[in-house]
Design a protein. Structure first.
Lengths: 561, 86
């Protein structure tokens, strides 16, 4: 019988069973470590350990290929460096504890490299890795970092640095369990991109040892030690089902053929290029602010047109919805900062920038029109943070004058959700940004983690605003999309379909689960779920009411309970 | 003690592969050689950490110093070429 599971926060929906391979933490050196009894012998010992570490790294470099091999070779070279080992040995001869001497000498070089910046600063990471390996060996501790994996394993660590994940032998990584970190940490993001089951913030995983067999369940955020037959069977069933999901690359639709477009959210032309062979029907949100955020001056029409053209070309003839610049608030720009705003989220941001710097929008629309002309694509274009029907009409005029055929606005401000009919009379489509709509409806800062319950998309007031918008779209026969993270929740996706939303845009990794959920239900069933959710008085009740109507097989495969 | 001044010919400067090849050549020579920026403090030329730490870019001059003039001349010839191009 299995002991009670270790709990954490899951990333993704996958599950896997495998042996633990522990990544060991970096050894800490006490600043008051005692002097060696025989300094001369200790100094020779330091020199020998540097040579051993260099040999180990070199043989690993020869066994590896590509980037990993290069990183290991460069690290081996540093371990062999005469100045590094020589200075450390000299300090030991003067009576400094071996580990402390290594830490001090390496620390000086690391400081020098970090100060130099750029390429040199990156080498500081390699040097730190040499330092940690040498000190671990001197102290008789296991080698720090991710071990060389000889078989498919679940990597368990206190935390993994980007350098650690860069050298992971992915072919042998079944899953990742991290004691610290959070769902937005570097490791979690990488695991999500690779589709690896991952559980973060699993504090009790500190007790796991090399070779322990564990079942990692990302959907439930659990790690079970010594899983029994039932657990293994459930994991196997989920793996098979998830693998099956990925083979369905068809358009999004309910079981009775009601189409709902499944689209991806992207921020760069590179993101678009990754979608060339992906099973998505297009891009529902191209956040263009990434182009602007690091710039000291506004990007030129030429620069922007080139980026938009790359994205349009990458998607072939598929739908691409470009959102005009959404800056301000938490995304300040060097060249249009509005200093001293007390409530930036309520200030000059999104479309409102047109009041302060109208040329930004004019240039952007011209660039999109140019990309349209050079690629033959027909992007849809929408503006963020629209609050009135007049703003929607002004934007539509400007975009159409620039030559954009399909013009829309984002629904993020409750005022515009309540007047969706009038807005849709002015534009061709709307797209609901559920994250900001929640923030403005619930008067709750999106960045305040402790208020996350107020931002729950299942809040009945939010469901009402989304429904009001979708109903206006159905009535006027115009598309209403959702491009917030809520579209990635399979149960919410069914409810959104039920209220009349026509497209769902999310991170590409979430698409297969949503597509699978849609396939298993009729439109009428989705409408029942929407009615049940809207009849509830609280967010948990709303989700429970919708979930009760979800097909049992879908609930099991996607681990929705 | 002899000295030689030479402008670094490698496009990437005295980093990465060029730094590795240079320090290996110094170590292989068995001679004691230092390297410095003109007017700067000389450091052990066989140490890749010290050499990379100088941060010498393409076209910048360095001063080599050592007892063995033949070794110095070979190292000067090496630094003057683009070591990444080989």
């Amino acid at each position: 019988m299995s002991a009670s599971p270790i709990t954490g926060v899951g990333v993704g929906r996958g599950a896997v069973v495998g042996p633990v391979a522990r990544a060991h933490p970096v050894p800490r050196v006490p600043a008051d470590a005692p002097s060696p009894a025989d300094p001369a012998a200790a100094a020779d010992g330091v020199t020998a350990v540097f040579a051993e570490v260099a040999d180990t790294l070199q043989s690993r470099a020869e066994a590896a290929t590509g980037t990993l091999s290069e990183v290991l070779s460069a690290t081996a070279l540093m371990a062999r460096d005469a100045a590094l080992s020589g200075q450390a040995a000299a300090k030991v001869r003067e009576g400094v504890a071996p580990s402390l001497a290594v830490a001090q000498v390496a620390g000086q070089f690391i400081e020098m490299f970090t100060a130099a910046g750029g390429y040199m600063a990156e080498r500081a990471t390699d040097l730190a890795s040499v330092r940690d390996r040498v000190i671990a060996r001197l102290e008789g501790l296991p080698e720090p970092g991710v071990p060389a994996l000889s078989r498919p394993s679940v990597v368990v660590a206190e935390d993994l640095s980007p350098a650690d994940t860069a050298v992971l032998d992915l072919a042998n990584v079944l899953g990742i369990v991290i004691e610290k970190g959070g769902p937005t940490s570097h490791t979690a993001i990488i695991a999500g991109q690779l589709g690896l089951p991952c559980v973060v913030r699993a504090t009790e995983a500190a007790g796991l040892k090399d070779g322990d067999v564990v079942a990692v369940d990302a959907a439930h955020g659990t790690v079970i030690v010594d899983p029994d037959e039932d657990v293994r069977a459930a994991v196997e069933a989920r793996r098979a089902a998830l693998a099956e999901l990925a083979t369905d690359t068809g358009d999004g639709a309910t079981s009775d053929g009601h189409g709902v477009q499944l689209l991806a959210n992207i921020g760069t032309a590179e993101d678009a290029e990754r979608l060339t062979d992906a099973a998505v029907q297009g891009v529902g949100l191209f956040r263009t602010e990434v182009l602007f955020l690091d710039a000291q001056t506004a990007p030129t029409e030429d620069d922007q047109a080139a980026v938009y053209a790359r994205a349009l070309s990458a998607l072939g003839g598929r739908k691409v919805v470009i959102r005009t610049l959404d800056a301000g608030a938490d995304k300040p720009l060097a060249f249009v900062t509005q200093p001293g705003e007390e409530n930036p989220a309520l200030g000059v941001r999104g479309y409102r920038l047109v009041r302060a710097a109208p040329e930004l929008l004019t240039t952007q629309l011209a660039a999109i029109a140019r990309a349209q002309a050079t690629t033959g694509g027909t992007p849809w274009v929408m503006a963020p943070m629209i609050a009135t029907v007049s703003e929607a009409a002004d934007f539509a005029d400007a975009a159409r004058a620039a030559g954009i055929a399909t013009v829309g606005v984002m629904v993020e401000v409750p005022a515009i959700a309540l007047r969706a009919r009038d807005v849709l009379a002015e534009v061709d489509f709307v797209s609901i940004g559920t994250n900001d709509l929640a923030q403005y409806t619930m008067a709750t800062d999106r960045l305040r983690g402790e208020l996350v319950d107020l931002l729950d998309m299942w809040q009945p007031a939010l469901l009402d605003l989304v429904s009001a918008t979708a109903e206006a779209g159905v009535e006027l026969g115009k598309p209403v999309g959702v491009c917030g993270e809520s579209a990635a929740d399979p149960v919410m996706a069914l409810v959104l379909t039920g209220v009349g939303v026509t497209s769902l845009s999310m991170s590409p990794a979430a698409v297969p689960g949503v597509r699978f959920a849609l396939r298993a239900h009729t439109l009428a069933r989705c409408q029942e779920m929407a009615a049940a959710a809207r009849a509830a008085r609280t967010a948990p009740e709303a989700r429970a009411a919708a979930l009760a109507l979800v097909d049992a097989h879908v609930r099991a495969v996607l681990a929705l309970d | 003690m002899a000295e030689r001044t030479v402008a670094v010919g490698s496009k990437v400067g005295l980093h990465a592969r060029p730094a590795m090849l240079f320090t290996q050549a110094v170590a292989a020579s068995g001679a004691s050689v230092t390297i410095a920026r003109p007017g700067g403090a000389p450091v052990d030329a066989s140490s890749i950490l010290f050499v990379m730490g100088l941060g010498v870019k393409n076209g910048e001059e360095v001063v080599l110093a050592g007892e063995d003039e033949k070794v110095l001349d070979e190292l000067v010839a090496m630094l003057a070429t683009d070591l990444d191009a080989e």
